[in-house]
Design a protein around this ligand. Structure first.
Ligand SMILES: N[C@@H](CCC(=O)N[C@@H](CS)C(=O)NCC(=O)O)C(=O)O
Length: 210
């Protein structure tokens, strides 16, 4: 059985919880509080030298980090992970876009504005860039979603899961989605998918970090 090191408030961790729920795969969740430094302890760094969650133990002592790599692993062989060459490349394209254009802006804004007390003052210098670049990323998604129901292959895939995680948090960190109707319709479409779980959902098998 998989063991997932995850922080309930982390969008990157939520991607993995959402995929595992959709796939009906049981796992043990180890709640790892990043604000208490639980991903930077010597024990955790021995598992992931990069000191970040999510981290998935796929077999005894064998770990995968990076949320989007974990999505490919858990969804392999299912319709969530497109196998034909063009759809696989398009899924990767959107998942790299998520890491380079969405998460560094909306993900960072969510972390500092929604999770960190006093974060707005501490990060005042970065807000303008996060706003401009975050809206730019939303604009790219809007253009695609105005013509397509999902990001790739005409159906729900791990590309949607990757992009959903921080997009659905955008309104909690100052972004206004009113001007992005196709993005809003897509968010609702993802939420209507079978097996959908909200960000605060946890599996039964839960243990606290050691
Ligand atoms: N590119 C990585 C980013 C992972 C990441 O930023 N994780 C954050 C939580 S969302 C974290 O562990 N932060 C704690 C730290 O860096 O100490 C992914 O997609 O998994």
């Amino acid at each position: 059985m998989y063991t997932l090191y995850s922080d309930q408030r982390s969008g990157n961790s939520y991607k993995v919880r959402l995929a595992l729920a959709r796939l009906g795969i049981p796992y043990t969740l180890i709640e790892t509080d990043i604000l208490k430094g639980e991903s930077r302890t010597p024990e955790f760094l021995a598992k992931n030298p990069n000191g970040q969650i999510p981290l998935l133990e796929v077999a005894a002592g064998r770990y995968i980090s990076e949320s989007n790599a974990i999505l490919w692993y858990v969804a392999g062989g299912t319709t969530l992970a497109p196998e034909d060459r063009i759809h696989r490349a398009e899924a990767l394209q959107w998942m790299f876009f998520e890491q380079h254009s969405l998460a560094p802006n909306i993900g960072a804004a969510y972390f500092w504005l929604a999770l960190i007390k006093g974060g707005r003052d501490l990060q005042q210098h970065a807000l303008e860039d996060w706003t401009e670049n975050g809206y730019r990323a939303l604009g790219v998604m809007e253009m695609h979603l105005a013509k397509h129901p999902y990001f790739v292959a005409g159906h729900f895939t791990i590309a949607d899961i990757a992009l959903y995680a921080y997009t659905h948090l955008a309104e909690q960190c100052d972004y206004d989605l009113a001007g992005y109707p196709a993005v809003r319709r897509w968010l609702a479409r993802v939420e209507a998918e079978p097996g959908y779980v909200p960000m605060d959902w946890q599996p039964q098998d839960l243990v606290a970090a050691q």
